[in-house]
Design a protein around this ligand. Sequence first.
Ligand code: BEZ
Length: 213
Amino acid sequence: MSTIRLGDEAPNFTAKSTEGEINFHEWLGHSWGILFSHPADYTPVCTTELGTVAKYKDQFDKRNVKVVALSVDGLESHKGWVNDINETQDTTVNFPIIADEDRKVSELYDMIHPNANDKLTVRSVFVIDPDKKVKLIITYPASTGRNFEELLRVIDSLQLTAYHKVATPANWKSGDDCVVSPSIESKDIPGIFPKGYTEIKPYLRMTPQPDLK
Ligand code: BEZ
């Protein structure tokens, strides 16, 4: 088991998946990536989660994000369960699901939390940027299905702040005003943010969201 922290390189691995063997870094290419684990196939919350992710494909594509799921169940189990997801969630699963029966990836990414369950993965989410750096880690318990709107919201923030000297305030969503990075002196703001800014306090300066490139 290794500890993975924000800013670390996402560990590479090869694994079996419903779309063939994956070399994680090669599979990511120059895209952003989401690696997310779920506890087990043929379980109700996971069924709704994977169906929901399939329906978000356009949203992920728009953001240049590739998605891969994982559990410690085997490939045959995954393939059978995908039929159920497609049928019950009225969708077509359109991303690979890793069959991590030997727990190689789960252990590499610390997805098994023994005091929650010593056999199954928790609901981990890793967002990885095109340089293969880990930009977001979230962990949910088995009993709570994830909010994928929140995941899109964070990806919007990550992509904006990767290219502009802004941060995003509480409850920000794409299109809302942003916070000017504290590292920028107020005298330099007009040259950097042509849309203008408002100084609420010397350390709290707001600017309209810069245009994404
Ligand atoms: C579920 O996906 O419904 C689930 C999986 C493991 C434990 C509890 C719920």
